[in-house]
Design a protein around this ligand. Structure first.
Ligand SMILES: O=C(O)C(=O)C[C@H](O)C(=O)CO
Ligand SMILES: [Zn+2]
Length: 278
């Protein structure tokens, strides 16, 4: 498990490229037949990927020890979105078939969660976020059709995109976690511009569906102290509450956003005018 401490905006604005990358980027999300796990002190979100190829993968008791509990989800909830081939998740004996771009919410208290791929030649890639929880809400699969899609932006501003809200209060109850998947239309490059902050929630962006020789310039920092991070395929960025989170790609791409914090109101954003960004 990698641990990232919270970071103050006054500290962040002093950092060079390597400093920014080591604080905010998660460069490797998927490893074959294993899980990865990054624990951020910012709202105590956990971020990672699970890629079973030849065997089932579970987040086992070893993590319970690091979290000070006896198993991973003893005091946590989990959101998973599969960006790979068809997969299966078994939660305490109950089987969920999770296809490409389908999601599973797992409520607090699930003891045994096993991840497998249906076809080793097209392995599932389960990207996940986990947040501290106070009660158990029912585990549930969410399909893309159920994910409350919203198409916004415009070709003229190169930001036409569809936001698929998988894990939001309109779809199912959770303690604090919200997650969704935003897909940019072909020829469109900008996400979340005009940009925003939300002091009440942190957010993690995970970029994927990117070709080898493409990149996203992810914008971060306070609105008048912006910096950028160069992101390649299947890399994630931790965005503290004080930071904008927006990006422009050299080609269209898809990303998963996950939020944890004070409220779950998707539209509760403090928008920043483009003319006011520095
Ligand atoms: O494309 C977008 O705009 C988004 O996906 C926005 C994120 O979901 C977000 O920042 C929510 O606060
Ligand atoms: Zn946001």
């Amino acid at each position: 498990m990698q641990v990232r401490q919270s970071i103050h905006s006054d500290h962040a604005k002093q950092l060079d490229t390597e400093g920014l990358r080591s604080q905010f980027m998660i460069e490797k999300i998927f490893e074959e037949d294993a899980y990865t796990m990054t624990y951020s002190h910012i709202d105590r979100i956990i971020v990672g990927g699970i890629k079973p190829v030849t065997k089932a993968v579970a987040i086992g008791a070893e993590v319970g020890k690091q979290l000070g509990v006896s198993y991973f989800l003893e005091r946590r909830e989990l959101g998973v979105i599969n960006i790979g081939g068809p997969g299966v998740i078994v939660v305490d004996g109950k089987t969920y078939e999770i296809g490409h771009q389908e999601a599973l919410y797992v409520g607090m208290g699930a003891k045994d969660v096993q991840f497998t791929s249906v076809d080793a030649a097209k392995p599932a890639k389960f990207y996940y976020n986990s947040a501290p929880a106070h009660t158990t809400y029912p585990s549930r699969k969410i399909t893309l059709a159920e994910a409350s899609p919203q198409t916004i932006g415009d070709n003229a501003t190169s930001n036409l995109r569809t936001i698929n809200k998988f894990i939001v209060p309109d779809v199912l109850p959770t303690c604090q976690l919200t997650m969704g998947l935003t897909k940019l239309a072909e020829g469109n490059l900008w996400n979340t511009m005009p940009c925003h902050t939300h002091e009440r929630r942190m957010e993690v962006y995970f970029y994927f569906d990117m070709d080898e020789e493409t990149a996203v310039f992810h914008m971060m920092g306070q609105p008048q102290q912006t910096r950028h991070l160069l992101v390649h395929n299947e890399q994630a960025v931790i965005s503290p509450s004080w930071s904008i989170h927006s990006g422009v790609g050299t080609k269209n791409y898809t990303f998963i956003w996950g939020m944890v914090g004070e409220n779950q109101v998707f539209d509760d954003m403090d928008h920043v005018k483009v003319s006011e960004i520095r």
